[in-house]
Design a protein around this ligand. Structure first.
Ligand code: NDP
Length: 259
């Protein structure tokens, strides 16, 4: 993992991923670089990791400081080691249904549905959010042929007109907005499955740290209407890390086969 700067949330994510590697017996290295690292310097590190045979997969933790072009960095990662599945070549392969890797967060959501016994075939999945990291790949995965997919997918975003009228049609509602408690009970159909990707830190004077994590869904009220709902924290977050680990193992296996 490559971490640039000291964004507290990024530091936590990198630490959690490192811990999971250790738990699974995987060799892991964190390359921590200062906030003012030049783009050139970061690109050199990426090139070094691309050619380092002891590393099967790596990621550059986003967001990067503003002076660094994220796209340039993502494009510099060897697609065979791109375990986040952010490289355009890997996104394209996923889109045409021939994935090298699956993007970790959407894959985590999909596995959560599959392993919870939620039938997705022919179901109306509404994805709230259209980011390249969550919303778009999530929609692309659910519309593929096969188990855990075969859904009818609608994507909504900030320019969508009358969003609640669409979310209320969802058999499966997947929310990735970054807006604390945005989705309220009146926006959800009775019996729907709701997956909350949102991870927002909000002030809470009652919490020991003065803040706590909440999702994009008003969990306590929405859960009364749902047949299943994922919590924040403890829902999609841990699944994302598991899928990242799965991608890394897959990268190592592929490297062993092609050696
Ligand atoms: P982005 O900010 O990149 O995207 C947010 C999306 O939500 C955009 O498409 C935006 O629309 C849409 N949106 C924002 N406000 C509204 C609104 N009022 N009505 C409708 N749509 C709206 O965020 P990410 O996709 O990167 O992340 C989303 C959330 O998921 C965040 O809380 C993030 O922390 C969390 N996350 C959690 C992960 C995990 O592992 N648990 C991993 C990755 C993210 P528009 O495009 O029109 O601006």
């Amino acid at each position: 993992m490559v971490l640039v700067g000291s964004d507290p949330a990024s530091e936590v994510y990198v630490r959690m991923k490192g811990k999971k590697c250790e738990e699974l017996g995987m060799h892991s290295v964190t390359v921590a670089l200062p906030e003012d690292t030049a783009e050139e310097e970061l690109l050199k590190k990426v090139t070094g990791l691309n050619s380092d045979k002891s590393i099967h997969g790596f990621l550059v933790q986003l967001p990067l400081p503003k002076h660094i072009d994220e796209k340039k960095v993502i494009n510099a990662i060897d697609p065979k080691k791109d375990v986040d599945c952010f490289h355009p070549a890997n996104v394209g392969k996923m889109l045409i249904g021939e994935p090298e890797f699956l993007p970790a967060t959407p894959a985590g959501v999909q596995q959560m549905l599959v392993r919870s016994g939620v039938d997705t075939k022919g179901k109306h999945v509404v994805v709230v959010g259209r980011s390249n990291i969550v919303g778009k790949p999530m929609a692309a995965m659910m519309v593929q042929k096969g188990d855990g997919a075969d859904s009818t997918v609608t994507v909504v975003h900030s320019r969508t007109k009358d969003l609640p009228s669409i979310t209320r049609q969802a058999d499966i509602l997947i929310v990735a907005m970054g807006k604390p408690n945005f989705v309220t009970a009146d926006m959800v159909k009775e019996g729907a499955v709701v997956i909350d990707v949102g991870t927002n830190r909000v002030e809470d004077p009652a919490a020991p740290s003065g803040s706590r994590l909440v999702g994009d869904v008003d969990f306590d009220n929405v859960k009364k209407k749902t047949s299943a709902i994922s919590p924040v924290p403890g829902g999609v977050g841990p699944m994302t890390i598991c899928m990242l680990m799965a991608n890394t193992v897959a990268a190592a296996e592929k490297a062993a086969v092609s050696r």
